[in-house]
Design a protein around this ligand. Structure first.
Ligand SMILES: [Zn+2]
Length: 192
């Protein structure tokens, strides 16, 4: 089994997708076992700190009455309302103080599943000298998939940490993994 400390190299970044209370058990849009990604990601965060690897964390950050909510004809229950308790990162996620936070889903006219979708993240990563991005978080078959694909479209070497991500459905997980492989995302196995 590869240790995250061995996997991480200069030019890498950790990109944590939507590890928020609302996506964990007890939240407003829970992913089964979603909180189980936290201890895995904390091992990666510890390795990143040790090796000076920068950390980026996206969060779903919706205005009230967002167009993605069922009440407005969208697909999802109300979730991750700006400044609400449910929108906070999981309290046990050991994010460093200099984590770069990417807020998405803030627009009134569209949803943003990918942390790369009109957020400027690709430009920021390039400024920071990042060429390879390790991705984990929630949910595998929605925002993690979209973010991994967005990273590939932006030209990054993208590595998924599978045990650091949970899907809404098993079918969704299989479909997402296939789509990511097709797009050239490396699916790391048995890391950390
Ligand atoms: Zn959302």
């Amino acid at each position: 089994m590869t240790d995250p400390k061995d996997a991480l190299q200069p030019g890498d970044a950790l990109l944590l997708v939507d590890v928020q209370i609302d996506f964990c058990p007890g939240g407003n849009l829970p992913v089964a076992e979603g909180d189980q990604v936290v201890p895995v990601l904390n091992r990666w965060l510890a390795a990143a700190r040790e090796k000076g690897i920068p950390v980026y964390a996206s969060r779903d950050w919706h205005p009230s009455g967002h167009m993605s909510f069922a009440a407005r004809g969208g697909q999802w229950p109300d979730h991750c309302l700006q400044d609400s308790a449910g929108a906070a990162f999981h309290p046990e996620l050991a994010l460093p103080d200099d984590t770069v936070v990417i807020s998405k889903g803030v627009r009134f006219d569209k949803d943003q599943y990918s942390a790369f979708d009109e957020t400027g993240l690709a430009e920021r990563l390039r400024q920071d000298g990042v060429t390879r991005v390790w991705v984990g978080g929630l949910a595998l078959d929605v925002c993690v998939e979209a973010t991994a694909l967005g990273g590939r479209e932006a030209g990054f070497d993208v590595r998924l940490i599978p045990e650091a991500s949970k899907a809404i459905t098993a079918d969704g997980a299989a479909r997402a993994i296939a789509a990511m492989r097709e797009a050239g995302v490396t699916i790391e196995e048995a890391l950390g």
